[in-house]
Ligand binder design. Structure first.
Ligand SMILES: Cc1cc2nc3c(=O)[nH]c(=O)nc-3n(C[C@H](O)[C@H](O)[C@H](O)COP(=O)(O)OP(=O)(O)OC[C@H]3O[C@@H](n4cnc5c(N)ncnc54)[C@H](O)[C@@H]3O)c2cc1C
Length: 309
């Protein structure tokens, strides 16, 4: 029987992975905090392995210490598959954990299926132009899955909490000072309504036009990689696509975005996509439910004013 151990530092991601783990085998959870251990039972965790240690108190400090803790929990659980959220921290953890367990790891998974005790993993390859199926050959496998890949469903299990006595060294990283991020953080992954802005906006001040539309719709504003990673007009927490976040809103309005595959993989699961672009042959129109061909500077303010009414 496939024994699956789920871990994410974000509860919502752990619940999502548990929902999938139930389909694939025996679903178990690794937790580094006892306080929330029983929350996992509602999502079908049969066992929650809890490892607490003062060395983990500063959660963000040291990925090595967390990998060490998790490796000890994996060994205690007897799991052969470890599912981790493919978040920024999760990806870092996956590689380190696999090294400690002497097994293979795959990150950024977008699909999982079980056959012959192995898990086949789907993930984008060749810059997002194709989907590759990978199978890890080692006996144990560490797989980091992109958040929002699976539906989160509840199924209560009469679970058991198992305490694991961790043997950890003092973390080598010490936090000497913390500073708040200057910009407000955006939750593009959780947004029900999302306005995504791209290079069609000529200058950073013009993004206020996109923000006004997002505010009128009580939604969030996301962006392409160009605006975040290349131009630094917006923070990377808003970047959507293969190198950024995956969005799953009910309504997504894409403005001045060409629709290259590396971006659209992050928006494909939106319920309704509306695209505004002045080029009628822009690839974004191939995946849009509704398209408006025209100048965003003409269209968006009118749309915002109309929604405001
Ligand atoms: C390995 C790799 C990973 C990548 N990862 C990501 C990723 O995670 N996310 C991501 O977004 N990109 C990613 N990219 C980059 C991606 O390939 C595209 O280059 C990027 O998405 C393009 O951004 P854009 O649509 O803003 O700009 P452009 O492609 O330049 O498109 C701008 C669009 O705006 C339209 N436009 C211009 N003026 C107006 C106007 N006045 N009114 C209306 N429309 C107008 C144009 O017709 C055009 O279609 C990645 C690339 C690589 C190679």
């Amino acid at each position: 029987m496939t024994q699956i151990l789920v871990f994410s530092e974000q509860d919502a991601v752990a619940f999502e992975l548990l929902s999938k783990a139930r389909e694939l085998g025996t679903a178990m959870v690794a937790s580094l905090r006892k306080s929330n251990a029983s929350d996992y039972f509602a999502y079908g965790a049969q066992k929650v392995f809890v490892g607490e240690s003062a060395a983990l108190a500063d959660f963000s400090a040291d990925a090595l210490t967390r990998a060490d803790a998790l490796a000890q929990i994996v060994n205690a659980s007897g799991a052969n598959i470890v599912l981790i959220g493919s978040t920024k921290r999760g990806k870092e953890l996956a590689g380190r954990l696999a090294q400690k367990l002497n097994c293979g790891a795959v990150t950024d998974a977008i699909g999982l299926s079980a056959s012959d005790g192995k898990i086949s993993v789907q993930r984008y390859a060749l810059g997002g132009n194709t989907v590759a199926t990978d199978v890890i050959n080692s006996e144990r496998q560490v797989i980091a899955v992109m958040p929002k890949t699976f539906e989160t469903t509840q199924q209560a299990a009469p679970g058991e909490i198992v305490n694991v006595a961790l043997q950890l060294r003092e973390p080598r990283v010490k936090i000497v000072e913390r500073k708040a991020k200057p910009q407000a953080t955006a939750n593009v992954e959780g947004a029900e309504t999302l306005v995504v802005v791209g290079k069609g906006f000529g200058k950073p001040e013009d993004l206020a036009i996109g923000q006004a539309l997002a505010s009128a719709l009580k939604g969030e504003m996301g962006c392409t990689r160009t605006l975040a990673a290349d131009y630094h007009w917006l923070g990377e927490e808003r970047m959507i696509g293969i190198s950024g976040k995956k969005a799953k809103p009910r309504l997504l309005i894409s403005v001045g975005v060409s629709g290259q595959i590396q971006h659209t993989v992050g928006i494909l699961e939106s319920k309704i996509i509306v695209a505004i672009n002045k080029d009628k042959s822009a690839p974004i129109f191939k995946i849009a439910d509704y398209g408006i061909v025209g100048d965003l500077y003409q269209i968006v303010p009118k749309l915002t004013a109309r929604i405001g009414k």
